[in-house]
Design a protein around this ligand. Structure first.
Ligand SMILES: *Cc1c(COP(=O)(O)O)cnc(C)c1O
Length: 385
């Protein structure tokens, strides 16, 4: 039985291209931590992690212990996994036992990690996260010396693997003053480490956008999400790249993701009729439409009602009417020789056209990474060359 009405393919050569661009950009001394939260931004942890390892990546960052467990299932034994977000107290022993690195963003967590590490006779591998201005998670300056002291006293059970923070908005150059303040505060924390005579193994603060927009922020490791999948974090980052290259156009990134389905039915709509639910699309002339077998329950955003575009026969077809739970319709009046069962590209390239995904909602780009990150894990994903 055919269980899924759409399919995703992932290009190994596109990923190799992107990783090689990132390596050139950050230099050989800086490690890549591949951010694979949200099921690898919808690409699929199961497929994406081994693909990244083929490109030499050996460090993965996730948002939760559950995601760490997913990565652990599919990664090489030599790869490292780092939890940046939620790790419940009850899962701390599991993380330590499996050598999973994790963020500690308040002092009270350290004694808990120590207790678990002592019980297991293993080291807890800790990244201390500090508050520099994003006001999300991170230790305050006043509790930081205590934390360092604790790490120092219990160095046999607590490894000081990293000192980190996260920029709140490195995508946009208009936030530059905020990024500069955050960067400066981070350096103050480093100075405190230096003065205390205990340094982290990895200093890491940069996400994809910071590589371009915050000079000097790459340190020993960068946490790269969106860029490795082939998307510019924002128009600003692309502009900075062009300026660095001294070119007016130069896109070194390739998208690795393609999402396809097939036409379920083709029908004629008479002039004056409404298409689908309600009255949101009025056919003012006779039209030919294709019915596609997926909807918002299958990951195609409802927000693309009367807005989205797909590719059929190498041509752009517009969504007509509302995206339903399991169906939507597109206008194919202008595309000749279309048949039931023909391939439809939802995101990706077909002949000379490409439908792209922007990382931030951009009306012109139509779809975005919020959509990617919500794609049902059940859609089959296949790695292609
Ligand atoms: C998601 C995330 C990243 C990666 O961000 P991109 O913009 O996708 O590169 C880096 N660090 C932290 C803490 C994150 O949550």
């Amino acid at each position: 039985m055919v269980r899924h009405s759409s399919r995703i393919s992932l290009s190994q050569s596109a990923l190799a291209n992107n990783i090689s661009f990132i390596r050139k950009k950050i230099g050989v001394g800086t490690r890549i931590s591949s951010v694979v939260k949200a099921n690898a931004y919808g690409h699929g942890i199961e497929q994406f992690v081994p693909m990244a390892e083929q490109c030499g990546v050996d460090h993965f960052a996730v948002a939760s212990a559950f995601e760490a467990q997913e990565v652990l299932k599919y990664c090489a034994p030599t790869s490292k996994i780092m939890i940046m977000g939620i790790l419940y107290d009850c899962d701390i022993p599991w993380a330590i036992d499996n050598g999973i690195e994790f963020y500690v963003f308040n002092y009270s967590r350290l004694p808990k990690a120590l207790e678990a590490a002592q019980k297991l006779g293993k080291k807890a591998i800790i990244h201390l996260e500090v508050e520099t201005g994003a006001n999300r998670t991170g230790m305050w300056a006043h509790e930081f010396p205590l934390a360092l002291d604790f790490m120092k006293q219990h160095a046999t059970h607590l490894a000081f693997e990293g000192l980190c923070t996260h920029f709140g908005g490195a995508e946009h150059l208009s936030n530059k003053f905020k990024m500069d303040v955050q960067h400066k505060k981070y350096e103050d924390f480093l100075q405190v480490c230096h003065d205390a005579g205990i340094m982290p193994r990895y200093r890491h603060i940069a996400c994809s956008a910071a590589i371009f927009n915050v000079p000097g922020s790459t340190y020993d490791m960068v946490r790269v999400g969106i860029l490795q999948y082939g998307y510019w974090p924002s128009p600003d980052t692309y502009a900075v790249h062009l300026k660095d290259m001294g070119k007016s156009s130069d896109n070194p990134l390739r998208r690795i993701f393609t999402w396809k389905t097939d036409i379920m039915d083709i029908r004629k709509v008479l002039a004056g009729e409404f298409i689908g639910y309600g009255t949101t699309f009025h056919a003012t002339k006779e039209m030919r439409i294709a019915v596609l077998p997926l909807g918002y329950s299958n990951g195609y955003p409802r927000g693309l009602s009367n807005q989205g575009k797909v590719l059929i026969g190498g041509k752009i077809a517009s969504v007509v009417g509302l995206i339903n739970m399991n169906l939507f319709m597109v206008d194919i009046t202008h595309i000749p020789d279309v048949e039931i069962g023909d391939e439809v590209v939802l995101v990706g390239t077909q002949q000379q056209h490409t439908l792209t995904v922007a990382s931030f909602t951009d009306i012109a780009e139509l779809v975005n990474t919020e959509m990617l990150s919500r794609l049902p894990a059940a859609i089959p994903r296949k790695v292609v060359s």
